[in-house]
Design a protein around this ligand. Structure first.
Ligand code: UDX
Ligand code: UDX
Length: 442
């Protein structure tokens, strides 16, 4: 199948490269020419495991190409995925300017049947709006009065890719959701995903759009739920890890996404929860449950800062070492990373911040100023009054804490991700505080 993917960011690039791997001929497009130049050289502009290897492999073949021209990509393709950014407006609503702009350009370049598929997370009804935009902007030769003479379809095929494991998620999906209006569109999408032999859920376009919103909001709610439980655990002296394990064994609940911590971040959950609240409001429903999900998430960061302030007594002029900056492990992405708010709050109190992250430092330098970035965890620990774990990178599990203890001024560790749950640090003489591990009773 000849496929175009418009927008070569995290989602678009993973989609394009993986579709090439499935044997399709893919053109990935981006309006950032610098990005296209790098991609043509086989360089992925962000960190995502396995992606660069696949990119390099398929660049050498006829299956993968890059272009800055939507016109060229539209003409050469039957199916066009839209994966451009949908940032938040001030009121939380998704800004669909890029989606509209791209739809217009696709319409202007159309000369035969096309299936236009929304991949970006968009509010319900966007499918209809894309359809209208395309109809309005088709070249005059395809219009007879108000009638359109060129056949085309619009579909929704939301992504469920997690950063850090996006390639694996693409290759092994729990389900592929396709929202369509015609059998032709359904068959084309089925053909595209056929090699993965996935469980395909076929719906109308509105329902597919809502499946994406509802899934992300539900996962965010699950995280906020366990974070609320963690707060209670801290007060009653219970251990949230044991509570989560006990709950998770119930198959109706499941253990995944029940890890308490400093809250969810990233480019999706915060933005999608906001957008869903706005979308519901517009449709006349006040989604207060989701507002509380957002509130609990914000509170997690504040509570963590307050815990540090409480245990250190005076934060001003103390040196705090931060292990992990990215919003989750295996990515260099700092979008809405809890580390940003936490570090800003501590700096506001006069703390000196040192930080180490295996991948995110170049990104972090742009948004976190007055931070001393260290090349490894041991240089980070040197002279610190305490350490904070903000991202659960695998390498943090294997650190030599005997050495770290010797290097620190005071062996205190605030574990925002409950990485060290086996009490081994306490045995080494650390003062240890996790999330929901009975902190208040200590
Ligand atoms: C984006 C959306 O933000 C998200 O809601 C959706 O689910 C998937 O797509 P992501 O891939 O993480 O997420 O965004 P980003 O990495 O910013 O990539 C968007 C790309 O689109 C950028 O490379 C940008 O240069 C490109 N773009 C943007 C265009 O090619 N044309 C435009 O008009 C606008
Ligand atoms: C998410 C969705 O999982 C994916 O399906 C969607 O399409 C895009 O958004 P992503 O944001 O890449 O993916 O990462 P995810 O693994 O979902 O984690 C999001 C945030 O939640 C991270 O900050 C993570 O640390 C946090 N999290 C996750 C928790 O705090 N506890 C958990 O139990 C799980």
């Amino acid at each position: 199948m000849n496929i175009a993917v418009i927008g070569s960011g995290y989602v678009g690039l993973v989609t394009g490269v993986c579709l090439a791997h499935l044997g399709h001929r893919v053109i990935c497009v981006d309006n950032n020419r610098e990005k296209i130049k790098k991609l043509k050289q086989g360089k992925v502009p962000f960190y995502e495991p396995d992606l660069e290897d696949l990119l390099k492999k398929y660049l050498k073949t006829r299956y993968l190409a890059f272009s800055a021209s939507i016109q060229e990509a539209t003409k050469k393709s039957t199916v066009i995925f839209i994966a451009v950014g949908t940032p938040s407006k001030k009121n939380g609503e998704a800004d669909l300017t890029y989606v509209e702009n791209v739809s217009r350009q696709i319409a202007l370049a159309m000369d035969s049947y096309k299936l236009i598929v929304e991949k970006s997370t968009v509010p319900a009804e966007t499918g209809q709006r894309i359809k209208r935009t395309i109809t309005m902007n088709l070249p005059g030769r395809f219009k007879r009065g108000s009638e359109v003479t060129l056949d085309f379809d619009v579909a929704s095929n939301p992504e469920f890719l997690r950063e850090g494991s996006a390639v694996d998620d693409f290759m092994h999906p729990d389900r592929v959701v396709i929202g369509v209006e015609s059998k032709k569109a359904e068959n084309l999408l089925r053909e595209i995903y056929e090699p993965l032999k996935p469980h395909i859920v076929v719906t109308d376009i509105h329902s597919a759009e809502l499946i994406k919103h509802a899934s992300n909001s539900f996962l965010a709610a699950k995280i906020s739920f366990i974070n609320a439980i963690a707060q209670i655990c801290d007060h009653v002296g219970a251990d949230v890890l044991k509570v989560a394990d006990g709950m998770g064994l119930d198959k109706r609940i499941g253990r995944r996404f029940l890890d308490a911590g400093i809250g969810y971040g990233g480019s999706c959950f915060p933005k999608d929860v906001d957008a869903f609240i706005r979308l519901s409001e517009k449709s006349g429903y006040h989604f207060n449950l989701l507002k509380e999900v957002r509130q609990v998430n914000e509170e997690q960061k504040n509570l963590f800062v307050r815990l540090i302030e409480d245990k250190l007594w005076i934060v001003k002029d103390k040196t705090l070492g931060v292990l992990g900056l990215a919003f989750k492990p295996n990515t260099d992405d700092m979008r809405n990373a809890p580390a940003v708010d936490i570090i800003h709050a501590l700096q506001h109190e006069g703390a000196r911040i040192k930080a180490y992250d295996p991948q995110a430092v170049p990104y972090a330098r742009k948004i976190l100023k007055k931070v001393t970035y260290c090349p490894n965890p041991y240089l980070l620990a040197k002279g610190c009054d305490c350490l904070l774990v903000l991202t659960e990178w695998e390498e943090f599990k294997k650190l030599d804490f005997k050495k770290i203890k010797r290097l620190m001024r005071h062996p205190i560790l605030f574990d925002g991700r409950n990485v060290y749950h086996d009490r081994s640090l306490e045995e080494l003489g650390f003062e240890y505080y996790g999330i929901g591990r009975g902190n208040i009773r200590k």
